[in-house]
Design a protein around this ligand. Structure first.
Ligand SMILES: Cc1ncc(COP(=O)(O)O)c(C=O)c1O
Length: 367
């Protein structure tokens, strides 16, 4: 029997400890200046973020949900419109569509946990306006196929890149494929600030200009309001933290990938593991295994100190909140089947080798 070793699912404090001086110095500088919203830090971070993603623009917003919501608003999507997305996501993806007055139309996933492009066309109607693929687990969806369908049917593609800052497909970054890319900088994301935060990337100047206003009450300047907007900005302190962290992101993502590949190599005989293609570099926001024995395995790991999570145990179409959409059990068999089999193992760049080994040993021992 493995000995007990504590392996937290995440440990955000470790990342802070490594950057403590830089972050506290910046906090003191911003606080002394007293410039807290829509200042130089945000401008700098937006510029660096867009450069990093390979897009012309980036706009900081209050959170990842608003990044998607504002994208839908910018495209004029609303009442009577339909937006295709996946039921295998954090509920925010569907919430944004509902909140704008449109209808989320779900499409089942493939074995990469992302939307299956082969099933998209049959879900398109004359009301369909957009597709929101979600790059779940930090792996980019099948964008070639999705973009081809979107062109054929004249649909917008909004990327839910909340879990995928820095992920690439054919060397192109998440957030640079669609009309907008929507990112969350929530503490549990691979690039995170110290609270809520979000970012929208785009190459479209009109959308960029709109986003700059809609996040700030629709104001064009201090006194003139062009339209009714929202208060959802990325604060200076959060932007400064993002700016400090972004240069480290590639090496963090690389470390996560190394952990993932070690897991894959050592666990593939006992559980289903993610397999990457040569042309993709996922960022492993989550490392998801699948097995028929998920619940007992989770319990076994817990007893040995290994904390795990499930992303997500209830597909969105089966949530109480989604009842009015009229979906029922059996509608998306692949999503439903995996939701009872998946388990997310701890993965973060600061994980120690003995912790990684303990996770592997504990899983294998179970089988
Ligand atoms: C796939 C996905 N979409 C959207 C969001 C929403 O981001 P936020 O929590 O920053 O609003 C998240 C974050 O949890 C997410 O994982």
């Amino acid at each position: 029997m493995s000995k007990y070793l504590k392996v937290d699912y995440v440990n955000l404090g470790l990342q802070f400890q490594n950057l403590e001086q830089e972050i506290t110095d910046k906090f003191v500088e911003i606080s002394s200046k007293g410039s807290y919203v829509l200042g130089e830090e945000l401008k700098d971070f937006e510029e660096l973020f867009s450069e990093y993603c390979g897009t012309s623009y980036a706009v900081g917003v209050g959170n990842g949900s608003d990044a998607i919501f504002f994208s839908l608003l910018a495209l004029g999507i609303g009442n009577g419109d339909e937006v295709i997305t996946t039921p295998n996501s954090f509920i925010a993806t569907a919430w944004t569509i509902i909140n704008i007055g449109a209808k989320p139309v779900f499409v089942d996933i493939g074995d990469d946990y992302n939307i299956d492009p082969n099933k998209i066309e049959s879900a398109i109607t004359s009301n369909t306006k957009a597709i929101i693929p979600v790059h779940l687990t930090g792996k980019i969806s099948k964008m070639d196929e999705i973009l081809e369908i979107s062109k054929k049917h004249n649909l917008y593609v909004i990327e839910d890149s909340a879990q995928a800052v820095g992920a690439t497909l054919d060397d192109k970054k998440a957030g640079s494929f669609g009309i907008t890319g929507c990112f969350s900088l929530h503490p549990l994301k691979n690039l995170h600030v110290h609270g809520d935060g979000g970012m929208v990337t785009t190459n479209d100047k009109k959308i960029y200009n709109y986003l700059n206003k809609v996040r700030n009450h629709g104001l064009v300047n201090r006194d003139e309001c062009e339209f009714w907007g929202y208060n959802s900005r990325l604060d200076e302190i959060q932007a400064a933290i993002g700016k400090i962290k972004l240069p480290y992101l590639n090496q963090w993502n690389e470390k996560s990938r190394k952990i993932a590949y070690k897991y894959t190599e050592n666990l593939m005989d006992n559980v289903g593991v993610p397999i990457d293609k040569d042309n993709e570099k996922p960022v492993y926001q989550t490392y998801v295994i699948n097995t028929d024995y998920r619940d007992v395995l989770q319990n076994h790991l817990h007893k040995l100190g290994v904390e795990t999570k499930i992303h997500y145990p209830i597909p969105i179409h089966l949530q109480e909140s989604a009842k009015k959409l009229g979906y029922s059990k059996g509608d998306f068999p692949i999503t439903e089947k995996q939701s009872s089999r998946i388990l997310s193992l701890p993965i973060y760049p600061e994980m120690r080798e003995d912790q990684i080994d303990h996770v592997i040993k504990s899983v294998n021992e179970f089988f």
